[in-house]
Ligand binder design. Sequence first.
Ligand code: HEC
Length: 141
Amino acid sequence: MIRLTGFLVVIAVFIACLSCQSEEEIKRQRYITEGILIYKNNCANCHQPKGEGLAELYPPIAKSDYLADKNQIICLMRYGQQGKIVVNGKSYNRPMPPQPQLSDLEIAELATYIYNEWGNETTVTDVKAVTPILKKCAESK
Ligand code: HEC
């Protein structure tokens, strides 16, 4: 009897875990789907549809070494970026315009898309994590 109970507990934990994972996965898919659309409408003109960038003008996002600092990327999506930067060994120096119309959620969806597609992530960048980062960079402006 004790064995059977133990067995049932193991099964129950296993099933609970399966469903929690798939909830996270559904969220990830939702963020990515939205992220693709937002990227097309707000970013692809410059950075190009596959994130490959454009000549000397617009740096690539795909495989960009700049992605290493996610807080900075989250901030630049809303507040823009100015001054010389070096991306994958190449210099760029053109202002990226701010996009104050992007909501915290939209920025989280963009970050999830970008880091799943062009970084090495397989997880969600949750809006709950993005909001405090955006607050902080607003204060330092
Ligand atoms: C009008 C053109 C333009 C648009 C629109 C634009 N960017 Fe940029 N972006 C730039 C330029 C130019 C730079 C380099 C800025 C510099 O030289 O300091 C840049 C830099 C970046 C960088 C850091 C460098 C790199 O390539 O990794 C990221 C990430 C980025 N942009 C993401 C985005 C995202 C996401 C969007 C959409 C929300 C977007 N950009 C919209 C022009 C643009």
